[in-house]
Design a protein around this ligand. Structure first.
Ligand SMILES: [Zn+2]
Length: 363
């Protein structure tokens, strides 16, 4: 589907939420027969994550694990007794590598000695979670200095990353999920639908028969998933990947009940996909009008996200800003030059030529 079609598609006019409130953290709710929604606590502003528990004839398959905290483990212990009643977890499916989704993967895998199902890209991202602040960080320092971030703020960013709660306990191995694969779990078949942009190879699960979509962080009803560039892949274009994923998800029926990783299940997939696109289009427009004069990434960040409360906020805001700048560069609308060791971004005058295929890489 073209981007224009995505923008103009008319379907649901408002999102609808079958449940007006969420259950308490640590509690489960049956969504449909055999599919349970577990709300898990998170120790920061996001507050909670939704996990989904799928009944299998010989036990349970769980989608995502929650974060590696004592509260997370205690919530699971409660579920093992109250819902599972001694039945085992047979497999853990992880939508993507982020620590709130995968933090207890090693713990669950050890306890139930069950396989992990993930995409290749997400499994291998687990190993690069949570950079610590003890190792050599020249690339980290250079990346943010070139973005124009003040030295004291860079130190704040680095400190924000050094927390052990962001570390993931990895299992030894995994079973690979691929686009279009069918997973038979109990009486249902779930199709793997892969997206990208928020993370490299995010798996959603779609059940056509019951019109359910376990969407992870790929579609959320109110907040927008972070689309960030970090030192891990400075030249990436995650926003381009994200837009491509929105177009792919638009091909699923609007009638699905979306089971997201945060907030409440909802209907109105197509409307939400359009809103997500518009959110980023506004940022792109803002940058296009500001970049008539050269700006550093940090100056652009201050325009898009003027308030950052701490080092972690600053990292996220800078990551989002760079994602939008890289998108505009790939589009050919913006170029950058290194001036006194800081990248200056500026609008390209005249007719914009999309870059098309990647240019030669000059090392
Ligand atoms: Zn995520």
């Amino acid at each position: 589907m073209s981007e224009q079609a995505l923008k103009s598609s008319t379907a649901t006019l408002t999102l609808s939420f079958p449940w007006t409130t969420a259950q308490d953290k640590g509690q489960v709710r049956e969504v449909v027969e055999g599919v349970y929604w577990l709300r898990m606590p998170l120790p920061f502003a996001l507050d909670h994550i939704n996990l989904y528990l799928l009944r299998h004839e010989h036990g349970w398959v769980v989608v995502d694990t929650g974060m590696a905290t004592d509260a997370g483990r205690a919530a699971w212990e409660h579920v093992f007794v109250e819902l599972f009643a001694g039945q085992p977890i047979l497999a853990v499916i992880v939508t993507h590598a982020h620590y709130d989704h995968s933090g207890l993967l090693g713990w669950l895998s050890e306890r139930f000695q069950c396989p992990t199902y993930m995409t290749f890209g997400e499994f291998h991202s687990l190993g690069i979670q949570g950079p610590d602040n003890d190792g050599p960080n020249w690339a980290f320092l250079q990346f943010y200095r070139r973005a124009g971030v003040a030295e004291s703020d860079i130190n704040g960013m680095l400190a924000a990353l050094g927390k052990s709660v962001y570390q993931v306990d990895m299992p030894q191995g995994y079973r690979r999920l691929r686009e279009g694969q069918m997973l038979r779990i109990g009486t249902r078949r779930w199709q793997v639908v892969i997206g990208a942009g928020h993370s490299p190879e995010h798996a959603c699960l779609y059940c056509e028969e019951d019109q359910l979509l376990i969407s992870g962080d790929q579609v959320l009803p109110r907040i927008t998933s972070s689309i960030c560039i970090t030192v891990t892949e400075p030249d990436a274009n995650p926003l381009g990947d994200w837009f491509a994923s929105l177009r792919r998800l638009q091909q699923l029926p609007d009638s699905v009940l979306v089971l997201p990783a945060h907030e409440r299940p909802f209907r109105g997939l197509h409307l939400r996909l359009r809103q997500l696109r518009q959110h980023h289009d506004k940022h792109l427009e803002h940058l296009r009008s500001a970049l008539v004069q050269p700006l550093s990434a940090e100056q652009a960040r201050a325009l898009l996200f003027p308030r950052v409360r701490n080092g972690f906020d600053h990292l996220m805001a800078m990551g989002e800003t760079l994602a939008h700048l890289n998108y505009l560069m790939e589009e050919g609308a913006v170029r950058r030059e290194l001036c006194e060791s800081v990248w200056r971004y500026c609008l390209v005058q005249g007719v914009v030529q999309p870059k098309g295929l990647p240019e030669d890489i000059h090392l």
